[in-house]
Design a protein. Sequence first.
Lengths: 272, 724
Amino acid sequence: MERPSWAPQGIDISVPSVSRMYDFYLGGSHNFEVDREAARKAMEFMPGLPKIMQANRAFMRRAVRHATASGINQFLDIGSGIPTFGNVHEVAQADDPEARIAYVDHDPVAVAHSQAVLEGNERAVVAAADLRKPAEILENPEVRALIDLDRPVALLLVAVLHFIEDTDDPYGAVAALHEALAPGSLLILTHASYEGIPLSQEEAGGTVGVYRTIRNPLIMRSREEISRFFTGFDLVEPGLVSMPDWRPESPGSQTQEDPFAFSGFAGVGRKA
Amino acid sequence: MSIPAQASGAPDAEPDGPEGRLRRFATIWSRAIFPSTATSMTRPEFEQHLLPMARELSTILHARPFDAASAQRVGAALVDAHCTDPDALSSTLGVVDSYLVLYCGGNGPVELSTEDSRARCARIQHAFAGGFTQALRERTLAEQEAIARSALTARSHAEEALHATEARFRAVFKDAAVGIGIADLDGNILEINDTLTRMFGGLENHVRSHKVNEWVHPEDSPHVWKYYNELVRGEREHYSVEKPYYRNDGTVLWTNLTVSLLRDSEGRPEYQLALMEDTTERRLLNLRLRYEATHDALTGLPNRTLFFERLEKALAHKEGMRFGLCYLDLDGFKAINDSLGHAAGDRLLVEVADRLQSCATAPGEMVARLGGDEFVALTTGPRTEQEVDELAGRILSALATPIRLDGRELTVRGSVGVVEGPSGERTAAEVLRSADITMYRAKAAGGNRFALADAEADARAITRHGLTTALPTALDRGEFFIEYQPLVHLGDGSVHGAEALVRWCHPQHGVLGPDRFIPLAEHTGLIVPLGRWVLEESVRQANFWQERHTDGGPLRINVNLSPTQLHHPRLVAETVDVLERSGLEPGALCLEVTESALIGADDDLLKPLRQLAEMGVDIALDDFGTGYSNLANLRRLPVSVLKLDRSFTQGMQHHPADPVDMKIVEGIVSLAHSLDLAVTVEGVETGAQAEQLKQLGCDTAQGWYYARPGAPDRIHALLLADAV
């Protein structure tokens, strides 16, 4: 029997959480020993993981600025995790104080923490929902109260789609969100891939194994597979590239980046 | 510690000025710690971010009085810039140790001694490390507390939601209108809701004291327990059945039961869930509706529907099985109903029903009321040949005792048609028709008897039946036509008129005379439109003759009126209408009414005839002498013609004529003439007859001697012949 939507999942902090592991990679202390243990184990295989997370944050910042520069002031960040610093609302509201941000995550601890962080910010909310059920996101009252789907929205799927297995139809979920977005909306996306990792696939595979054991499998996809998420969107320049190569702020700065920062792909697409 | 080569190439307009040197320090610091930061700033941004911190360190180095503690703030600021990695501290301390004095030592207003600057630099590092550590500790504690609090919040939210969910489930379970029960796979009942307890009679213990598989009921459908066993073995996910249970007071509870298998998270069968809806009332209602639909409300006997169901079952082929059917119609029931009223008639029927029921009590026997005063008794089995006769006998003798009703003793008799035969040969409709026909035969034979069906009698009656059903369409299809038989003046032998005689040209049976179908038309009521058609047609024909035969005397047309037509309220109006439309004068029309139709006629019945007679229409009393009519009554009747029945004239066909017949006819003629009535004789077949009747004073005659009934042009020919 499927769990009814009004019955929550239990909270078990003895199980590592990908959001808290992400926080740990970024030097935060919003994590428990189980999270750190799993993160350290993953780092045994890929010591550069923190650099990948950092590159994700940096890309997201540039992409949000690109969105505000294009006149978009609504943001839907799905898989937002534990907000540490440099969050979407900080970046976007620095550019446009009127910017509205809806965060969505299915980790109840991440949601509770986000609520605490966002308290007092009238233009930012967090909703508990799952990317696997896009309709629930689109119908969520908190999201709908803040985000006007008749106007362009920047949809952020940063470092989240690689946690959705094919059996859960990630392409269908993105298509459903695409369908709901107004023309001119942006899809801001990063995704893990074996491509670009400065390690052999066998070595990097150890990390994938760690995520599998914590029942949050990390799905590595090829560039071609990742580009399919942009169906219905026109990729803006420079297309689907390594994170540091997406519109670097100072030309050539990416040459100073850590080699791990080039793992996986990032891109921004615009709905026609 | 050596100076990195690139440090000398800082991008400043005045590389050797104090600001340029400060920037250089910031650049070196930024390079040293950027790899260990988690900031999302770019390198240039980060370097810009470090510049005010570098300036503060420079200021502290030169401050008077020297206050190393200020460096704590800078250490804390580094943590604020998300440089939380221990490497960030050690790298920073290395950079400060090696380059702060080198790049910033000469920037102050007062030149410091080397020793002094080294000492100050060391103390700055101590304070910086302390400030960094303090900030990192506070940040770590704050974040740990924040995440722990978030985890707690999330957990309490989840618990609240879970509690709400459980409360909802509990409410659903408790307040559901359907009975819900959960049992383990051994059948032990674990939980039941109040509705289920109430359904079972209100005692929870009564329900719980039995295992699920002990709730057996004799009316369980055969597959219930097969499904149950499949379900508890995990071979079936659910099943739905109609199932009865015993309540604690022994009454029966009927349910619509749905049982589902509940599995644990690993998919192993764990519990069985039963949902049941109380259908007892609905079932009773259905049974009652079924009873009402299949039983006669007055007598409580099975009705036509149920009888046909049983009969069809009895007629379905089964080796060696036979059926016997008695079809009973009470004799003269209509008279009882008419004279004593319907309420009395109904009570009579109830009494008859009771008596009949007592006649058919053996297994395989049933009595039903088909409607009105028609009842049937059915017997089935291998020996019905003998049994059905006995049954018919029992029925007649049950009716033999008079029935007491309102202080009177009523003798009720019946006619029974008996059909008996093997199963598997005839349909229910065929059997019932045969029984109906046979019953009429018994009735025709005088009633108060039973008759056995025989195929030949059936065939005759079936033709009658066929004619009856074909009658209504025959009129529409123009299958009727009229023949005319001349009426001849006995005095001069001239044609005086004609009698219209209707015929039916049946597509299968050929031309049929009125004796074959007029009684049927009377029975079905078709006689009214048929009679109207005959009247219109003959009047039209008579008018045609009048026009063609102007020089002859008035030519009359005789048309027969049946008893039903006599009772028809529009008789006068329609006759007037027909006459007016044709233009025929009323005196040319003679309506023939049988003597029997007027026996006991009251004024109401005679009134229309009187009206017609007053208009000038002649009324003839047909078949006179067959109906035991009260001769005294003749005065009262508005008739002007007596038509003597042919039975009186048969004795005159040959010479010498029967003297008794002669006397009778003479008497009748004399009586008629004294009442101013003309006399017409029918059935004149010989010249001798015609001569006798003429001498006896009869006025007109008809018969084969003159002409058989024929097409209208034959009359025309006769008229022309007369005229010659």
